[in-house]
Write a protein that binds this ligand. Structure first.
Ligand code: HEM
Ligand code: HEM
Length: 150
């Protein structure tokens, strides 16, 4: 697989993770609404905003602006954002559900937040280094068929 194909794959991973977070966040939202118990609203908000919205935006940024990015840096960026997001939402779920104490979850939430922040800083760095003007990727179904799924 060549470098541009690896970037398409990275973009797809971000979108796939985002859509998984969409399902999880909506399940939690529907549970909160139906149970009239909103104690997990902060978890719900971060699953959907950090998980769905930010992940899909990263996928779109790779797809539109960063097709020539370094596959290595992009893989690290994806790992940092997705691992950070999983850590933050799992930590918030345990915290707001009263399953673990603030003290126990502090390090998990702290490290996960820094991972998510580094993920944001790394995509910013890649974006600023990328050429300002570049042709939009060729569309067409024949091209899509040859793109990697994952
Ligand atoms: C099936 C779809 C959804 C359901 C049933 C749902 C349900 C809820 C409920 C019950 C609350 C708590 C409201 C409160 O206590 O004030 C809430 C809060 C929230 N939801 Fe959703 N939600 C859904 C989708 C979404 C989506 C798609 C997003 C964002 C992309 C989102 C973002 C938020 C945010 C940011 C809050 C927190 C608002 C605040 O600070 O009070 N929700 N949602
Ligand atoms: C490193 C990543 C992040 C960390 C550590 C973080 C942390 C926090 C904390 C500590 C709160 C206050 C919770 C409370 O009231 O008890 C909060 C609230 C909130 N954050 Fe984040 N956040 C992050 C990323 C984001 C992002 C990327 C978005 C939106 C795209 C976002 C949207 C919100 C919203 C809407 C609230 C209010 C939620 C509510 O009251 O239901 N956060 N966040």
């Amino acid at each position: 697989m060549n470098a541009p194909q690896r970037i398409l794959k990275i973009a797809r991973w971000h979108v796939a993770f985002g859509l998984v977070f969409a399902v999880l966040g909506m399940v939690l939202g529907i549970y909160m609404a139906s149970s009239h118990n909103h104690t997990q609203h902060v978890t719900h908000a971060h699953i959907l905003l950090l998980g769905l919205v930010v992940s899909v935006l990263y996928g779109v940024v790779y797809r539109l602006w960063l097709p020539a990015a370094s596959p290595m840096l992009s893989t690290v960026q994806t790992g940092l954002h997705q691992a950070g997001t999983v850590g933050i939402v799992a930590g918030l779920f345990l915290l707001y559900g009263g399953f673990a104490s603030d003290t126990a979850l502090g390090p998990v939430l702290g490290v996960s937040s820094i991972c998510a922040l580094l993920g944001a800083a790394l995509i910013l760095y890649q974006f600023l280094r990328a050429p300002a003007a570049r042709p939009i990727l060729a569309g067409g179904n024949e091209r899509l068929e040859s793109e990697p799924r994952f």
